[in-house]
Design a binder for this molecule. Structure first.
Ligand code: UDP
Ligand code: MG
Length: 153
């Protein structure tokens, strides 16, 4: 099934919001295929945020993303990329709709709680960037018939 990549950013770790954000994904029915804490550095952020390296806020973004370790995860579900991206909300938390993670937990454009992959192709690239194959687990969930009808999977 489709997989997507999520980062719980330093502000989430610092504000003790890991559980609240993770619960959102679990209550939606997404399966955690991989999860770990890691310290990011400028090298990996220059790859991950390659589309932003020339923007004036890039040094501040690197400082923000390296302030504490982060939680990285692989979430799995039918159309997981689009589902998680819509749960995340607009980049600027002040513009994000209530009910989204950013719209409920943040007030900043930069300190915006989570990263989520924006396309299926980028999800694959990002998962490979942050996870080794043996850190992603293929297991079955007994609850699956309660999450999807048989003809949906
Ligand atoms: N960002 C920022 N200022 C901006 C735009 C983006 O600090 O004007 C940060 C913000 O933390 C955002 C990240 O850069 O989440 C990546 O930006 P992108 O445009 O990819 O937004 P996202 O995909 O995270 O919604
Ligand atoms: Mg992005």
């Amino acid at each position: 099934m489709e997989q997507t990549f999520v980062i719980l950013k330093p502000s989430t770790i610092e504000r003790f919001l890991i559980g609240d954000v993770l619960t959102r994904f679990q209550h939606r029915g997404l399966k955690i295929s991989g999860i770990k804490m890691m310290q990011l550095d400028e090298k990996i952020l220059r790859e991950h945020y390659a589309h932003l390296v020339d923007r004036p806020f890039f040094p501040s973004l690197v400082a923000s993303m390296t302030r504490t370790p982060v939680i990285v995860m692989v979430l799995e579900g039918k159309e997981a990329v689009e589902t998680v991206r819509s749960m995340t909300g607009a980049t600027n938390c002040r513009k994000a709709a209530p009910g989204t993670i950013r719209g409920d937990f943040g007030l900043s454009g930069q300190e915006n709680i989570v990263h989520a992959s924006d396309s299926v192709d980028n999800a694959k690239i990002e998962i490979n960037r942050f996870f080794k194959p043996e850190e992603i687990f293929d297991y079955s969930l007994l609850i699956r018939p309660a999450i999807y009808a048989a003809d949906e999977i």
